[in-house]
Design a protein around this ligand. Sequence first.
Ligand code: 4G0
Length: 378
Amino acid sequence: MKIKILTLFPEMFESVLSASILGRAVKAGLIQIELVNIRDYARNRHRNTDDYPFGGGAGMVMLPQPVVDAIEANQEAGMRRIYLSPRGRTLNQRIVEEYARCDSLLFLCGHYEGVDQRALDLCIDEELSIGDYVLTGGELGALVAVDAVARLIPGVLGSGESSEDESFTTGLLEYPQYTRPAEFRGLKAPEVLLNGVHADIAAWRRRQSLEITRARRPELLESAPLDEGDRETLHRIELAESMLTELAASGVRAARMEMFRERGYARAWIERFVPAESRRTARKRCVSGRGHVGYLYQAFEAGMAPCLRGEAAKAALAEVRGAAELYLDREGVGFDVENCEALSGLHRGAVLSAADGRWTAAMGKGEMYFLDVDATAF
Ligand code: 4G0
């Protein structure tokens, strides 16, 4: 890829183009970047490159002659000639991919109040903006475009830096990343990422991507390629959110807890709710599986908490106001309820329903009640 950058300030590019990944790519000859100083093409006595705007107004306008001469002396057949300007179409990954397929690009960087329109009419193929804000010149815009294009050129990113799996390629925002240490300032990295089960990690990341995209850029979901599983996940997220809203309306402060495929989920619950002396057994029974709340069932069976069945379970469930409603979603969303005044009999606890819709656990006052109720009963 050959890139020419026409500017009055070539020194603005040096550090950026010689450092890190871009520097490595330039050195390796994967991108060939030529900086052209527009002032070298100024023909008047003082080598001026700008003048006052006809019709008056603030700022200066770049003269057409040096700009046109600079472009004509540097353009090549098939070269895409791009002018950085707040009026241009806004850069996005689609445009970046389009540029990456070109053999050569020319970026014209304007300063002051821009370039005389005739120079643009004569020599520019398209105007490009990097966003709705004004810069002192087009240089930083050109650098943004060059950086984004360069990383798509084969060999520019190392094997560990693939650009395939990322936002705007998957059509979704990226999932959060974590590295060592596993616990930092009391904040734990998600267990699921530490246990190395690839399918679990992929599912967790996909869910995070969907959730973050839904929260921050819902419009992206309309064009992102989603499969059945994704739609199901989104449905669950929506349900969980509406339930949180409902809980909030009745004065219950609740936070959603991850439970799908997250190993360590059961362990977290056990540490919180199972008395210390019973934890070993509980862990053995619960954490060996996928951390699914269903495994909590085994903890109840192991006598860690009262296990109610049939009519007794229904009665208990009815007593825990809100539980029945929560149970009805049958979607496996868990709630960590901080202020349970609105759920009678629970001071601090949670109501869970398992993914398969068959199990509900209510937790309160440090006790767990496992409710074995047929979902169709409601
Ligand atoms: C042309 C690009 C260029 C016109 C360039 C300013 C922001 C961007 C310039 C002006 C730039 C962008 C009319 C102020 C140079 N600022 N958003 N500044 N005017 O890509």
